[in-house]
Design a protein around this ligand. Structure first.
Ligand SMILES: Cc1cc2nc3c(=O)[nH]c(=O)nc-3n(C[C@H](O)[C@H](O)[C@H](O)COP(=O)(O)OP(=O)(O)OC[C@H]3O[C@@H](n4cnc5c(N)ncnc54)[C@H](O)[C@@H]3O)c2cc1C
Length: 424
């Protein structure tokens, strides 16, 4: 039986372990913290292939320059982090054009083509909270709808129906929890959402039951190599021999990959959530508050508000000003959402690559080192398709998905990419 070691037990590492185990591979999963406890636990849990457009989008250069130094804006760049971030930002801005955006959207949509079916299959094996309640994109201004509608129209090739447009009156009948002067909404019936904590718990339980070696609190600090092969993964508690190694270390992927001599310019896109237990407001659908870029996810007994993007390096410092901005954003659409029996706040780091695409496939200069990371705002959504794709590739050398756009070595070919990786 071949043996794979996975570095990182967030949603990507856990699901990859699940798919490799199902294909008969003996898996060891290493995490420097607890499984599923980093970015994969407090996100909004959306399964939204309709949001396949990459983060670097046309028009974002101007918007991000306007927003970057405003601490309460949807995208904030900490001034002290700017010198180290400069090459990454330049690379990011270089991709904010219609051609790259469209190519990225289609590559990502193709990767996620079977997402809903994969979640249905996962739910047969793993116990977690999933809602098939669609997604409501709510707009304060009618013109905010345009890019939402354009992106969903682009999903027609991937099995999506045309989106339904709702006016203010229809919106209030459809989702009475919404208040305020909304002008329009877009209803996408295909989408779903999960309670991410329950998905993490369910996956850990499944992996434990199926004999996966699960080692929490074990940090990977190096790789032993012979020629183009990694032979063992080094940790502070000893080394783990492997036939194949998969790095799925989220925002830390660049640092872990650097231990193998690779250049992957991974940055952390920090985001926050406020979770209210038993909120007085009962919503029937998850909402995207388009103008303020805030996600709202109703769960069994809880309501979660999530969002904001902060580039301030790899750290989980919780900035109260950012949490307040989230709160104010939600207040404009939903009155009383924060009245409940208890409230918590959370911060997590999205793994972000400057072209907005994932790194998925074989690492350059290696025959048995693989990367699956950089899922930005879509780790939950793309988790199952990422895991099936990489597991197929690792076990058969083939996949149904064209991995060219996701080549983990693509940044090594530019000086800016290498510099961004070095400074990350
Ligand atoms: C506010 C917010 C809302 C979001 N909403 C959504 C959403 O609705 N839908 C969606 O699809 N996505 C969403 N996301 C994005 C999603 O959460 C991420 O894309 C996803 O969690 C990334 O998963 P991961 O497994 O790559 O990383 P992580 O979950 O961060 O896991 C990486 C793991 O690697 C481990 N690790 C790192 N270095 C080492 C080392 N040296 N040795 C061993 N282990 C190591 C870490 O301890 C960690 O457990 C959101 C994110 C945020 C912040």
């Amino acid at each position: 039986m071949s043996k794979a070691v996975i570095v990182g037990g967030g949603v990507i590492g856990l699901l990859s372990a699940y798919e490799l185990t199902r294909r008969g591979v003996s898996v060891t999963l290493l995490d420097k913290g607890d499984f599923g406890a980093a970015c994969s636990t407090g996100n909004a849990g959306w399964i939204t292939p309709s949001l396949s457009g990459p983060v670097p989008a046309p028009g974002l250069v101007g918007t991000s320059l306007r927003w970057m130094l405003r601490r309460d804006s949807p995208l904030y760049i900490r001034p002290s982090a700017v010198p180290r971030l400069a090459p990454w930002l330049l690379e990011f801005w270089r991709h904010c054009n219609p051609r790259d955006y469209e190519a990225g959207l289609h590559a990502t949509a193709e990767l996620g083509r079977h997402t809903h079916k994969l979640y249905d299959a996962l739910a047969q094996e793993v116990d977690f909270e999933m809602h098939r309640a669609g997604m409501l994109f709510v707009c304060l201004r009618r013109e905010s709808m345009k890019h939402v509608v354009d992106d969903i129209e682009a999903m027609r090739d991937y099995g999506y129906d045309p989106p339904a447009i709702l006016g203010p009156k229809e919106l209030r009948e459809f989702e009475p929890g919404i208040a305020g002067p909304m002008e329009a909404a877009v209803w996408v019936k295909e989408e779903r959402h999960v309670r991410p904590e329950s998905l993490m718990r369910g996956l850990v339980a499944w992996l434990e039951q199926h004999g996966v070696e699960m080692r929490a609190g074990v940090e990977v600090i190096g790789f032993r190599r012979r020629g183009r092969q990694i032979t063992a993964v080094e940790t502070r508690v000893g080394s783990f021999e492997a036939d194949q190694v998969l790095i799925a270390a989220g925002a830390w992927t660049g640092k872990v990959a650097a231990l193998a001599g690779l250049f992957i310019p991974m940055q952390a896109g920090k985001g926050y959530n406020i979770t209210v237990q038993n909120s007085e407001v009962q919503l029937s659908h998850p909402l995207y508050l388009v103008d303020v870029r805030v996600a709202v996810s109703p769960y069994k007994g809880a309501l979660r508000i999530a969002g904001t993007m902060e580039l301030s390096g790899i750290n989980t410092v919780l900035d109260e000003a950012r949490v307040d901005a989230l709160r104010r954003g939600a207040n404009r659409y939903i009155a009383g959402w924060d009245r409940g029996t208890a409230q918590t706040t959370w911060v997590g780091m999205r793994p972000m690559l400057p072209d907005g695409l994932v790194a998925l496939g074989l690492a350059p200069r290696y025959d048995n080192l693989f990367i699956a990371s950089g899922h930005a705002m879509e780790g939950i959504s793309l988790g199952p398709s990422t895991a099936t794709t990489i597991a197929d590739y690792m076990t058969t050398g083939k996949t149904d998905v064209d991995l060219t756009p996701f080549d983990p070595g693509r940044f090594e070919r530019s000086i800016l990419g290498r510099l961004a990786a070095r400074l990350a």
